[in-house]
Design a protein. Structure first.
Length: 266
């Protein structure tokens, strides 16, 4: 893997077998076919360099960090997966469901101070309309990647920030009503739990910080499309979470440009 990433970074590494770029004067005098080959060559070179750089910062470096630190490098992902599965098992019993409801359920009609207390635990309770097991691999991957790239403290901060932003925005949209991009009053009674907003927010944040458009395309864009296609409470919260995650990423890289191409978080 090290050799592959070095080949991507090395200026003299393998290049696509296309015509060399033409000098500006020669380009003006060249025919349409030569100009097409010139721009195609530049595009392929640009694409190749960026794909190699993205592979290095979101795959190679995190894997090296995982090999170096072992399971401690993904401790947050392990803890979250175990907590989700455990709370899901507890929620299947009558007394357990009552306990889970009292300590973790968040709704728009609950007082805000109680929401603040319940939000951290609500992230570990699977949403009622989603099965717990199928979402575990994506949850684990998102949190593990974030911890390896951002570090544990920043991962927790971003996950909670985007989740809480989604919860607060839902209350605002319910107050606005069904017009002006709001939500109907019955949305206030919908149980709002699950880590999906936090996970997609972490993917969006990592993609923004590391300038990884391919990661954003495959890990974030499907959620955006689903949320636009089905504009319910969860969909609106996901859009808010992604927006906040991107803004936090832009702010972080503006304050510390070295984060874009720096090593994975400690």
């Amino acid at each position: 893997m090290r050799g592959d990433t070095q080949a991507c970074e090395r200026p003299g590494g393998p290049e696509p077998a296309l015509a060399e770029p033409l000098p500006p004067i020669a380009l003006q005098a060249a025919g349409p076919r030569a100009r097409t080959e010139h721009w195609l060559s530049r595009f392929v070179r640009f694409l190749g360099r960026n794909l190699c750089r993205e592979f290095r910062v979101v795959v190679a470096e995190p894997v090296r960090a995982l090999v170096r630190r072992g399971l401690s490098g993904v401790a947050l992902a392990i803890f979250t997966a175990v907590a989700v599965l455990s709370l899901h098992a507890v929620d299947q019993t009558r007394s357990g469901a009552t306990l889970v409801r009292l300590v973790s359920h968040v709704r728009g009609d609950i007082p805000l101070p109680l929401v603040l207390l319940r939000t951290p635990l609500s992230l570990f309770v699977p949403a009622r309309d989603m099965a717990a097991l199928p979402g575990i691999p994506v949850l684990f991957l998102g949190i593990a990647l974030a911890q390896l790239v951002l570090g544990p403290a920043r991962t927790v901060l971003v996950a909670y920030a985007v989740s809480f932003a989604g919860t607060l925005s839902a209350r605002v949209m319910i107050a606005l009503g069904p017009r002006w991009w709001g939500l109907p009053p019955e949305a206030a009674h919908v149980i709002d739990t699950g880590a999906s907003a936090a996970v997609v927010g972490l993917f969006a944040h990592v993609a923004t910080v590391k300038r990884a458009p391919v990661l954003f395309l495959f890990a974030v864009t499907p959620t955006v499309l689903r949320s636009l296609h089905k504009p319910n409470l969860a969909g609106r919260e996901h859009l808010v979470a992604i927006t906040v995650a991107v803004l936090l990423g832009l702010l972080a890289t503006r304050r510390n440009p070295a984060l874009r191409d720096g090593a994975s978080g400690a």
